[in-house]
Design a protein around this ligand. Structure first.
Ligand code: PMP
Length: 370
C-alpha cells in the first residue's frame, strides 16, 4: 500500500539473498557461524581508550568534512610517503562503504557501464544499480584470478569505471603484481576510472600487497580500518586519489554523511600505532586450516588474502546446499549467488575461533558422506 511513495530506484536491486540466510540463522540456538564479514579480534586497547578520552574531553562536535586534523594528517603522510608528496589527496570517510557511495555518486551517471569481477562484494552491484548504471560482469571462475584480456574486451565507449578488489571478498583472491599493473595501465590507456577497494590489504598471507595506484595515479583508492583494526562498527575509512575527484566526493560527504564519527576518528588515529602482525599470523593459520581441511574433498582455491574461502558446493545449487547445512547442522555459510550471478559456490568466513573453524570443516566433510 506504500508503493506509490517508493522511489523507482528501490526496485533496481534487492537484498533478499542474504536476508534469507540471516532469517534461517536467527532460528538457530547454537550456530557454527562461518558467515561473518568482520574480524574476531577487537579494536586495540589504545584505540578504545583514545575514543573514550575523546568523548570525555568533549570532542563531540562535527569534524571537518575531510576528517579530524589528527587523523587526516596521518593518513595524508602515509599516502605521501608511498606515492610522493602533493600527488594524491586523502580524506576520511564513513567506512569504506561511505567512500564507495561518494565515489559512485561523484562519477557514475545513469546508463554508464561499470565493470565488476564476478564474484564481487555485494555492495558494488547494488550501488551501481542504485545509480541507474549498468554492471558489466567479468567472470573470474574457477580460480578467481583476473584475465586482463577479458577486461580489455569488456570495455566499451560507455565504460566509466572498473571496480577492483584485491584481496577480494568473497573469494580471498589476491591479484599478482603483474595483473595489478596490467589492469592499472589498461585503465589509463582506455581513460577509464579504476576504483581500488583495498580494505583487506593487511590480510595478505603469501606476499606483499600491490596497489594499482602505484602504476596509475588516477586510480581512486578506498580503504578503511574496519577489518585490520577490528573496528567495523566505528565506521572509519579513507579515500585517496586525484584532487579533482576527491573535492567532488567531499562535496557529497558534506551533504550526506557530514563527517565520519568524531570521537571514533580519534580512536582510529591512536590505533595506527598498533602492530597487528600477530593477528595476521593467526589469520594465516586459519586460512591454512580451511584449505588443508577441505582440499581433498571440495573443489577449493587456496585463499591468498582477506578472510574468506569460496569452495564449490557439492550439489548443483549452492543455495540448496547451504540451506541443508543450516537446517541439518546449524552451520552458517553464505551461498554464492549472494555475491555472484552463479549459484555454484559458497563463502566460508574464517574470521572465527579456530575451534569453530574446525567444527565447520568436520560438518562439511560429514555432509558429503550422506
Ligand atoms: N569492501 C569490501 C570488499 C568489504 O568486504 C567490506 C565489508 N564487508 C567493505 C568494503 C565495507 O567496509 P567498511 O564500510 O566497514 O569499511
Amino acid at each position: 500500500m506504500y508503493e506509490h511513495w517508493l522511489a523507482e530506484r528501490t526496485h533496481y536491486f534487492d537484498a533478499s539473498g542474504i536476508r534469507k540466510v540471516f532469517d534461517l540463522a536467527a532460528k538457530l540456538a547454537h550456530p557454527v557461524n562461518l558467515s561473518i564479514g568482520q574480524p574476531d579480534f577487537d579494536a586495540p586497547e589504545v584505540a578504545r581508550q583514545a575514543a573514550i578520552e575523546a568523548i570525555s574531553s568533549r570532542r563531540n562536535g562535527y569534524t571537518q568534512a575531510q576528517g579530524a586534523a589528527e587523523l587526516r594528517q596521518k593518513v595524508q603522510q602515509q599516502v605521501d610517503a608511498q606515492y610522493g608528496a602533493g600527488i594524491r589527496e586523502a580524506f576520511i570517510t564513513s567506512g569504506t562503504s561511505g567512500g564507495l557511495l561518494l565515489a559512485l555518486m561523484s562519477m557514475v551517471d545513469p546508463d554508464d557501464e561499470v565493470i565488476l569481477f564476478d564474484p564481487y562484494f555485494v555492495m558494488y552491484e547494488s550501488l551501481v544499480k542504485m545509480l541507474g548504471a549498468k554492471p558489466v560482469y567479468i567472470s573470474t571462475y574457477p580460480d578467481f584470478q583476473i584475465d586482463v584480456q577479458k577486461v580489455r574486451d569488456a570495455i566499451t565507449p560507455k565504460t566509466k569505471m572498473i571496480i577492483f578488489n584485491s584481496p577480494a571478498n568473497p573469494t580471498g583472491m589476491v591479484a599478482s603484481e603483474e595483473v595489478v599493473r596490467e589492469v592499472a595501465l589498461l585503465a589509463k590507456e582506455k581513460n577509464v576510472m579504476l576504483v581500488s577497494d583495498e580494505i583487506y590489504k593487511f590480510f595478505c598471507y603469501d606476499g606483499t600487497f600491490a596497489s594499482p595506484a602505484k602504476y596509475n595515479q588516477d586510480v581512486l583508492v578506498l580503504d578503511g580500518y574496519s577489518k585490520c583494526y577490528g573496528m567495523p562498527g566505528w565506521r572509519i575509512g579513507f579515500a585517496h586519489g586525484p584532487r579533482e575527484i576527491i573535492q567532488q566526493m567531499l562535496k557529497f560527504q558534506q551533504y550526506t554523511f557530514v563527517c565520519a564519527p568524531s570521537a571514533l576518528q580519534l580512536g582510529a588515529c591512536a590505533a595506527l600505532e598498533t602492530d597487528m602482525t600477530p593477528y595476521l599470523n593467526a589469520y594465516r593459520h586459519k586460512r591454512d586450516l580451511v584449505y588443508e581441511g577441505l582440499k581433498n574433498d571440495y573443489e577449493i582455491v587456496r585463499s591468498g588474502g582477506a578472510f574468506y574461502s569460496f569452495p564449490k558446493a557439492p550439489t548443483t545449487s549452492a543455495t540448496e546446499f547451504v540451506t541443508r547445512m543450516i537446517q541439518e547442522y546449524q552451520l552458517l555459510v553464505i551461498p554464492g549467488n549472494v555475491f555472484s550471478r552463479h549459484d555454484t559456490h559458497f563463502r566460508i568466513s574464517f574470521a572465527a575461533d579456530d575451534a569453530v573453524i574446525e567444527k565447520g570443516i568436520d560438518i562439511l566433510l560429514e555432509a558429503l558422506k550422506k
